[in-house]
Design a protein around this ligand. Structure first.
Ligand code: C2E
Ligand code: CA
Ligand code: CA
Ligand code: CA
Length: 280
């Protein structure tokens, strides 16, 4: 009835207030975290198939809150984007990942990850001069540009007028560009015409369907053809099972990332990463 409806609306508004209050609290704590070493990076292997050898890594930020314990980036990155804190946070992530990439090259030589991928959010890309910041970080750390991959989502590229300009300037440095969560946006294919891209990350939602007989399985098959035709590297994301890996290989995929191969892990574990022995 009417009363119930009204009650629901009140609850909804309260929930909204609570959510934004929670977001402000998180952002305030995150500001402190940035200065006090509560933040660190994990790295997830990107492997070649069929062998599962380490090809590269994706840097993923982690936060252990002093009172609340670990908080996932899916929770605090949106808060950081809303408050603009993503700009200093993202700058720290970029520099930390580049420093680690240099350490791996020094320690491991040819066995170092060939590429270190860093997520860059829409808000960072919109900052005029972001490409200049990337160039400065490469210079400070001494990382060869071709080892760095900047990973952006479609929404980030379409977000503002300058995003594409910055992205082209980053590509001109010799840095690789990856399109994240590919296929989940509104005009993914249109993006391939305007945006400089070297890598397509095929979203987990499509990968899930390859062995589940879902309708999206055809998308996975079509995307590998597009990548081959355009000279892009296709990376299948969120590969969780041997069955998915086998099916992706059958379709022609050569690069994968997912729990089947390795979870995000500390830098030292990447140095020790070895493919799981093949089951017979
Ligand atoms: P993403 O960029 O799409 O990153 C992949 C996410 O999927 C990661 O979650 C990773 O742990 C998870 N994942 C990888 N393989 C599998 C799998 O086989 N199964 C399942 N179920 N999940 C898998 P995570 O680390 O929690 O990050 C979530 C999102 O937060 C990221 O999605 C990205 O959008 C954002 N994020 C994380 N780190 C950063 C960062 O340093 N900067 C920015 N701007 N965003 C970040
Ligand atoms: Ca990503
Ligand atoms: Ca992704
Ligand atoms: Ca995602």
């Amino acid at each position: 009835g009417k009363l119930q409806g009204k009650g629901r609306q009140v609850t909804y508004v309260d929930a909204m207030d609570q959510r934004s209050a929670e977001q402000s609290r998180l952002a305030a704590d995150l500001r402190i975290a940035l200065d006090t070493e509560q933040l660190y990076l994990h790295y997830q292997p990107i492997v070649t198939m069929p062998g599962g050898e380490l090809f590269g890594v994706e840097a993923l930020v982690r936060w252990t809150h002093p009172a609340r314990g670990p908080i996932g980036p899916a929770v605090f990155i949106p808060a950081a984007e809303r408050t603009g804190l993503i700009v200093p946070l993202g700058a720290w992530i970029l520099e930390e990942a580049c420093r680690q990439a240099v350490r791996w090259i020094e320690e491991l030589g040819d066995a170092a990850p060939h590429t270190v991928t860093v997520n860059v959010s829409a808000r960072q890309l919109r900052e005029a001069g972001f490409a200049g910041e990337v160039a400065a970080v490469l210079e400070r750390t001494g990382l060869p540009p071709e080892v760095l991959t900047v990973e952006v989502t479609e929404t980030a590229v379409f977000d503002g007028g300058t995003a594409l300009t910055e992205l082209r300037a980053i590509a001109a440095l010799g840095v690789k560009i990856a399109l994240d969560d590919f296929g989940t946006g509104h005009s993914s294919l249109g993006l391939l015409r305007t945006c400089p891209a070297d890598v397509l990350k095929v979203d987990k939602s499509f990968v899930d369907d390859v062995t589940e007989g879902g309708q999206q399985a055809v998308v996975v098959a079509a995307l590998i053809g597009i990548c081959e035709g355009m000279g892009l590297r296709a990376v299948a994301e969120g590969v969780e099972t041997a069955e998915q890996a086998a099916e992706l290989q059958r379709l022609g995929y050569r690069y994968a990332q997912g729990f089947h191969y390795g979870r995000p892990m500390p830098a030292e574990a990447i140095a020790a990463y070895r493919p799981a022995p093949a089951r017979s």
